[in-house]
Design a binder for this molecule. Structure first.
Ligand SMILES: C[S@@+](CC[C@H](N)C(=O)[O-])C[C@H]1O[C@@H](n2cnc3c(N)ncnc32)[C@H](O)[C@@H]1O
Length: 340
């Protein structure tokens, strides 16, 4: 149960709520809610919220008018479920919550921007660039993060986009950063960025929130060195596709195959689409933002490629990887196989 100045709320870490060892909010959420209660907004105030991991903010702030931006399909889903569990409308204009993906350019005026600092500096920069570019000067921003994510790079990005910032004292290993949208020229968004995979001639396009956007991670390298043998497959699934690296190589090695790419990150999906185009694979990919393999029929795939995640938000977890393996079995044809 999360106790806050706005009330007490029962929250779960959807969609992987089975493991109760981690709670669905942290001290940075609590600090943000305490700060927002002190502002004494009227109930028709309009708040723009970024990166609410499991819905603690959109649930506790449920009586305001909310726009919620996230790079995560699963976070959006968790926000809706936790609101429903706590007797609020899930989503929609009438329910007082509208959800947008992280590529959305904010429109309108807001009484307050509330931002949970993400683990990825790239995603943070994409958020801050959109806030600085599209919101009216003077719009106040309150950002909260656990001290472990508040690196020097985080403060440097706030100063880059908003100049002067102030901070709260640290409490319960969390801290707040305060800024206002300014009137000056906004620095250019450095994303999306392009890189070439050495030795393979593959071009990768990366938006800021994409996994391993500035170098190949050791897991991906290992996968490339041990890439499954492919020949006459018809449908290959790339589960947790990131920027599309694995399916670009697979599309080259299995010239007849249609690639089906899935990821829960909106920026991963945008990156994968653009990477496919950059490698001339225009009609070879179908792209789907979802949780694991939701919406994919049984017995359809000849091969599933998956370099699974072991993190969600700031939490280490094996649950997603295990669900990915189980679900892969379901979508594989009897003759199919997977490479993990
Ligand atoms: C280790 S990365 C692999 C990226 C890419 N396939 C590679 O090998 O470089 C894992 C990917 O899984 C995605 N992911 C995490 N949770 C997911 C979920 N519940 N459903 C679908 N994709 C998910 C992440 O966004 C991330 O892009």
């Amino acid at each position: 149960m999360m106790d806050s100045p706005f009330g007490s709320f029962q929250l779960k870490r959807y969609p992987f709520a089975g493991d109760d060892s981690h709670q669905a909010w942290d001290a940075a959420d609590e600090l943000l809610l305490e700060y927002l209660a002190e502002q004494k907004f009227s109930t028709n105030a309009s708040l723009l919220i970024f990166n609410d991991g499991f819905g603690a903010l959109v649930t506790a702030l449920g009586y305001f008018s909310l726009h919620s931006v996230s790079d995560s399909y699963c976070s959006h889903l968790s926000q809706r479920r936790n609101r429903e569990d706590n007797g609020l409308g899930a989503v929609g204009e009438e329910a007082g919550l509208v959800q947008f993906d992280s590529l959305w350019k904010p429109v309108g005026e807001f009484d307050q921007v509330v931002l949970k600092v993400p683990r990825s500096l790239g995603l943070l920069e994409e958020n801050l660039h959109r806030i600085a570019t599209h919101l009216p000067p003077g719009t106040p921003i309150a950002a909260g993060g656990m001290l472990k994510v508040l690196s020097n790079g985080v403060f440097a990005l706030f100063e880059k986009y908003f100049g002067k910032i102030t901070t709260s004292l640290a409490a319960k290993k969390a801290r707040l950063i305060f800024a206002k949208v300014g009137t000056g020229k906004v620095p250019k968004n450095p994303f999306p960025q392009t890189m070439e995979v050495e030795g393979l001639g593959i071009i990768l396009v990366n938006h800021g929130g994409t996994f391993s956007r500035d170098r190949l991670d050791p897991g991906s390298r290992f996968f490339l060195r041990n890439f499954p043998r492919l020949s006459d497959e018809k449908l290959i699934v790339d589960l947790g596709c990131g920027n599309g690296l694995l399916s670009i190589l697979a599309a080259r090695r299995a010239p007849e195959a249609q690639m089906f790419l899935l990821d829960e990150s909106y920026m991963a999906m945008a990156s994968a689409r653009q990477s496919f185009d950059a490698n001339g694979l225009f009609h070879r990919g179908v792209f789907h933002t979802t949780n694991v393999l939701q919406g994919v029929d049984d017995d359809v795939a000849d091969k599933v490629l998956c370099n699974p995640p072991f993190h969600f938000q700031n939490i280490q977890t094996r649950e997603i990887a295990l669900t990915m393996f189980e679900e892969s079995k379901r979508v594989l044809k009897r003759t199919g196989s997977s490479g993990w």
